[in-house]
Design a protein around this ligand. Structure first.
Ligand SMILES: [Mg+2]
Length: 368
């Protein structure tokens, strides 16, 4: 039986549109703001923990949006978990499966809020709940929207000069594939091999297109190929992985531990993009990483462009989980035009430091 002080007495959620420093162009859409669903879980002891429901710029990625997440949290998950302890995360997440299928981004917001409330109740960081931090921070790759060559060169140069990021990801899939491929190869050439670039097609190319252009990208110096083809076509991803020397990373293809198992079985990828959001929270993310580890796959700490709460949760996860062993792209708050924390996350020298203790409730400026 859980400590009565740890019992959940309320679950509240709020949608906030956070403006970005520049429009972020994905394969099919462009974001000017990042909508975030903030979820607050409060205990009988008066402690509130926060989580974020976040998808990258809308429902195009996986079908969920902040609006669907709000309904799922407010109407189904919230009332269902009232009275349960925030230290019962395993059991609560299991039981939620009885009333809500899939909807992993919404579940992640609740899972993180419970971890946060539990950690705050004990006065320890979330990384300690997950087994303890074994590193003090993570390397952070910066993602550039699908923008023209000149803009990209300027942004990369600026980031390098500021020593904020030393490796970069280029979004593809918005343009004609021939033009898009030429654009990316020119960007890589412009830095003469001194900057590491990966690409992400967000599952937008078919087999025919990918088999023609992925080898050209690899020959052009791209060091990592992320999800060129549709999520459910693992045999196609495996074929591409066999064809090219650069590692292939599965993102849309892996949301559950079983997805990771299927990718491993078919050798469809060398790296898994591990998002604590798309996996349904920190609890489930551990299971995905365990499968990857057992299969000799690496995991990259990926982002859905979470705000500082979701990003801090993913950094705590990455700092306590040796299986996150292919860097991260946990840059979300750096893309925001407003700072949501009184004590911001610390980005410098190409990395982000793991915050010792998550910011207190009073330090969230959006609440005031
Ligand atoms: Mg991706």
């Amino acid at each position: 039986m859980s400590d009565p002080d740890l019992a959940i007495v309320s679950v509240e959620s709020t949608i906030v549109d956070v403006p970005l420093i520049r429009p972020h162009k994905f394969a099919t859409t462009t974001s000017e703001v990042q909508p975030i669903l903030f979820v607050a879980v409060t205990t009988a002891g008066g402690v509130t923990g926060y989580g974020e429901g976040v998808v990258p710029g809308g429902p195009w990625w996986g079908g969920e949006s902040v609006e669907t997440m709000k309904q799922i949290v407010d109407r189904y998950i919230g009332p269902y978990i009232i009275g349960r302890g925030v230290d019962e995360i395993s059991g609560v997440m299991l039981d939620i499966e009885r009333i809500v299928a899939n909807a992993r981004f919404a579940k992640a917001a609740v899972d993180v809020a419970m971890h946060d409330a539990w950690g705050r109740s004990l006065g320890i960081p979330v990384a300690s709940l997950l087994g303890g931090a074994f590193r003090t921070g993570v390397d952070v790759r910066w993602a550039l929207g699908a923008a023209p060559l000149e803009e990209i060169v300027e942004e990369v140069t600026h980031k390098m000069e500021q020593r904020l990021n030393f490796s970069f990801k280029l979004k593809m899939g918005a343009l004609d594939p021939v033009v898009d491929t030429e654009r990316v190869v020119k960007i890589v050439e412009a830095f003469d091999g001194k900057v590491g670039f990966s690409i992400d097609v967000n599952a937008r190319w078919d087999r025919f297109t990918a088999l023609r252009h992925v080898p050209q990208l690899v020959d052009g110096g791209v060091e990592l190929i992320e999800q060129p083809t549709p999520a459910d076509q693992l045999d196609v991803l495996a074929e591409i992985n066999r064809r090219v020397s650069a590692p292939v990373m599965a993102d849309e293809s892996v949301q559950t531990p079983h997805d990771a198992y299927e990718v491993a079985k078919l050798a469809a990828a060398d790296v898994i993009a591990l998002k604590t959001t798309k996996c349904g929270g920190l609890q489930r993310s551990k299971e995905v990483v365990a499968v990857a580890k057992a299969a000799g796959l690496r995991c990259h700490g990926a982002t859905s462009i979470e705000g500082p709460i979701g990003t801090a949760a993913s950094i705590h996860f990455a700092c306590s989980e040796p299986g996150i062993n292919y860097g991260t792209e946990l840059f979300g708050p750096q893309l925001f035009a407003v700072e949501l924390l009184k004590k911001p996350l610390e980005y410098s020298e190409g990395r982000c430091t793991c915050p010792r203790v998550r910011a207190s409730a009073s330090s969230w400026t959006w609440m005031s």
